[in-house]
Write a protein that binds this ligand. Structure first.
Ligand code: AMP
Length: 395
C-alpha cells in the first residue's frame, strides 16, 4: 500500500515541509520560520498562501507536533503517513536512503561531529516524530549519498592517509538536487545525460557537480558545506593558512571563526549589504558589483577544474534559486565559456527557458528547476516498498 509522504527539511531556525499524496503529487508545502524567536507557519495549499504565528518560544519538537497534528487532521491518517527526511550527512556509512530504526539513529548520531551545524536539527526532527508517532515509518535521505561512489583522488586531501581513514575527506553535498537533475536529464535529454555535464546548484548554498553518464564523479563541496563556491553567507574556498592566522594572530576562537565562515561571509560579507542575489542585482552600490564579480569568478574557477577533470564538457545545467532565476549570472558565466564554444541564446536566457544555448553552441546550456523534496518523496516510497533491495549501506 502506498502511503502519503511528508517530507521534512529541518534546519537550525526553520522547518520546511511538503506533503505528497499516494501518487506523489504535492498537496501542501510550507515552512515554519524563526524558530527560537517568534515562529511563523506559512503554507501553500492549492496555490494559496496561508500564514499564522505560533506561540513565541515554540521548540522544534512542539512545532513539528503542531504541524503533524494539523496535516494528519486535514489530510492523512496517522497510521498511514510516512515521513522522509533530508539529512545532510551520511558519512562513510550511508550511501543510500535508509529506514530509521534505533541502530540507524545511533549511527547517525555518531556522524553529528561531521556536520555539527545541520545534522543535530535533522536528527531532532526524526526523534520528535518517533516520540509522537512511534509507528510512523521514517526514511533518511542524505545530501552526501549521490557522491558516495566518487573515488580517490577526488575524495582526498593532501594529508597523511590516516586522516582520510578517520573520515577527514571530501564527501560532497547537494546530492539530492544533483540526483534530481541527473534523473530529469535522463528523461528529457538522454543523449546529453549520457555525456559530460556540469550541474551548478546556485542557491543560498552553492556548489557544482561533474556528472559523467549521470553519475557524480566530482563536486566542488568537500568535507563540509563551506568548500568550493562562494555562497550567500559562506565563504567557499579559503586557504587553511588564513584560518590558522585568524586563530593564532587575530584572537579568534573556533566559535568566532565558525560564525564568520558560515554566517558572515559570502555575498553578505563581501557586499556588506545582503546575502540575497536579488538585492545585489538591483543595487547600485559598488560593493555589490564586487561581490557579484567574485561570485562569478569563483564559479568559473571551480567549473574549469571540473571540466578538466571530465576531459571536456557537453552541457552545463543551472539550478537553485539563482541558477533558475538570474539571467544575469547565467549570462556572465556562459559568456566566459565562449572560448570553449558555448553560445548563449539571449532571448531564451531572459525568459528562463529550459535550453538557453543556440543550436550551434558546442556546450548545451540548460535551466532545470531542482526538486529535492520530490526526490526525497520518491526515495521514501522506494525504500518503504523495497526495503531489502535498497539496503545498501557501506561500512
Ligand atoms: P535557494 O536557496 O535555492 O532558495 O536560492 C536563494 C537565492 O536565489 C537567493 O540569493 C535569491 O536572491 C536568489 N533568487 C531567487 N529568485 C531570484 C531572481 N529572480 N533573480 C536573482 N536571484 C534570485
Amino acid at each position: 500500500m502506498n502511503r502519503p509522504i511528508l517530507v521534512i527539511n529541518s534546519g537550525s531556525s526553520s522547518i520546511k515541509y511538503c506533503l505528497y499524496s499516494t501518487d506523489l503529487k504535492c498537496l501542501d508545502r510550507g515552512q515554519i520560520d524563526r524558530l527560537g524567536g517568534q515562529p511563523t507557519l506559512t503554507s501553500r495549499r492549492d496555490g494559496e498562501a496561508h500564514s499564522r504565528e505560533l506561540h513565541a518560544g515554540t521548540s522544534h519538537a512542539q512545532a513539528l507536533e503542531q504541524l503533524l497534528d494539523e496535516l494528519m487532521a486535514s489530510e492523512a491518517q496517522t497510521d498511514h503517513l510516512a515521513v522522509g527526511h533530508r539529512v545532510v550527512h551520511g558519512g562513510s556509512d550511508f550511501s543510500a536512503p535508509v529506514t530509521i530504526d534505533d541502530s540507524v539513529l545511533q549511527r547517525l548520531q555518531a556522524i553529528v561531529p561531521l556536520a555539527p551545524l545541520h545534522q543535530p536539527y535533522n536528527l531532532a526532527a526524526i526523534g520528535a516524530i518517533r516520540d509522537i508517532y512511534p509507528d510512523t515509518p521514517q526514511v533518511a535521505c542524505f545530501d552526501t549519498a549521490f557522491h558516495a561512489n566518487i573515488g580517490k583522488p577526488a575524495t582526498q586531501f593532501g594529508l597523511p592517509a590516516r586522516y582520510h581513514d578517520a573520515g577527514v575527506r571530501r564527501y560532497g553535498f547537494h546530492g539530492l538536487s544533483y540526483e534530481y537533475i541527473a534523473t530529469r536529464l535522463a528523461d528529457t535529454d538522454p543523449q546529453l545525460a549520457a555525456g559530460r555535464v556540469i550541474a551548478a546548484h546556485l542557491g543560498n548554498g552553492a556548489s557544482l557537480c561533474a556528472l559523467h553518464g549521470g553519475q557524480s564523479v566530482d563536486t566542488s563541496m568537500g568535507f563540509s558545506t563551506l568548500e568550493g563556491l562562494m555562497m550567500g553567507t559562506r565563504c567557499g574556498r579559503l586557504d587553511p593558512g588564513a584560518l590558522l592566522y585568524m586563530q593564532a594572530s587575530m584572537g579568534m576562537d573556533v566559535e568566532a571563526v565558525t560564525a564568520l565562515l558560515y554566517h558572515e561571509s559570502g555575498l553578505k560579507g563581501v557586499s556588506g549589504i545582503s546575502h540575497d542575489m536579488r538585492d545585489l542585482e538591483t543595487s547600485d552600490a559598488p560593493q555589490t558589483r564586487e561581490a557579484i564579480d567574485l561570485y562569478v569568478y569563483r564559479i568559473l574557477a571551480e567549473l574549469g577544474a571540473l571540466a578538466v577533470g571530465l576531459q571536456g564538457i557537453d552541457g552545463l545545467v543551472f539550478t537553485g534559486g539563482i541558477g533558475e532565476n538570474s539571467a544575469h549570472i547565467r549570462r556572465r558565466v556562459s559568456e566566459c565559456l565562449g572560448w570553449l564554444g558555448a553560445e548563449l541564446d539571449e532571448a531564451a536566457n531572459e525568459r528562463n527557458a529550459r535550453v538557453i544555448s543556440t543550436a550551434g553552441s558546442r556546450i548545451k546550456l540548460c535551466v532545470i528547476p531542482t526538486d529535492e523534496e520530490g526526490m526525497i518523496a520518491r526515495h521514501t516510497r522506494e525504500r518503504l516498498n523495497h526495503p531489502e533491495e535498497l539496503k545498501d549501506t557501506r561500512t
